[in-house]
Design a protein around this ligand. Structure first.
Ligand SMILES: [Fe+2]
Ligand SMILES: [Fe+2]
Length: 182
């Protein structure tokens, strides 16, 4: 990793980190769209995938503005979120409903990560007087916040639906138990 001694170098480093994260998400989101059974959730992943491709292009424009080449620097943060997802899918053998609920949580984690990163990048760009970069980064940040809101509202609906089902199941179970003890 090259040394970071100035705010300009730190800004470039964090751009490279986010460039890696966005590229990773751009290739991961189609997989999530396929894994989701709920059609609204699947559509949300597909539409955020298109936004994510735009995020990659916006970052490339920011690189251009600071006179740097667009380079990705591995981002263990996003790799960790992805790894958690991959392990769950491989090992947890979730039901369809639990898989969808899990996917909303995994997506929310990624969006929170992006929101934190872009909030920092916007502040850095502003402090450096990079006005066009501020606008581009803010556009990405806005869409991450929208994506988070969307996934949180889907999550609430899914939880309501699955809790309704399990409550009905457990109340019929206690009725059976009561019948057996009589
Ligand atoms: Fe993004
Ligand atoms: Fe995102």
């Amino acid at each position: 990793m090259p040394q970071v001694k100035t705010p300009e170098q730190l800004f470039k480093h964090e751009l490279q980190d986010m460039y890696y994260a966005e590229k990773t998400l751009a290739t991961t989101l189609p997989k999530l769209a396929q894994e989701a059974s709920d059609s609204e959730l699947s559509r949300a992943f597909t539409s955020h995938q298109k936004e994510t491709e735009k995020h990659v292009r916006n970052l490339e424009k920011v690189f251009e503005q600071i006179g740097a080449s667009a380079q990705a620097h591995p981002c263990p943060g996003i790799d960790g979120i992805k790894k958690e997802h991959d392990e769950f899918m491989r090992e947890a053998e979730p039901t369809t409903a639990m898989r969808d609920a899990f996917l909303t949580g995994a997506a929310a984690r990624a969006e929170h990560y992006e929101i934190a990163a872009y909030t920092g990048l916007v502040n850095q760009a502003r402090a450096l007087g990079e006005r066009e970069a501020v606008d581009l980064l803010q556009e990405n940040l806005r869409q991450e916040k929208e994506a988070l809101k969307k996934v949180e509202s889907i999550s609430k609906r899914l939880l309501k639906e699955t809790n309704g089902t399990s409550r009905r199941r457990s109340s019929s179970r206690s009725r059976t138990k009561a019948g057996a003890s009589r």
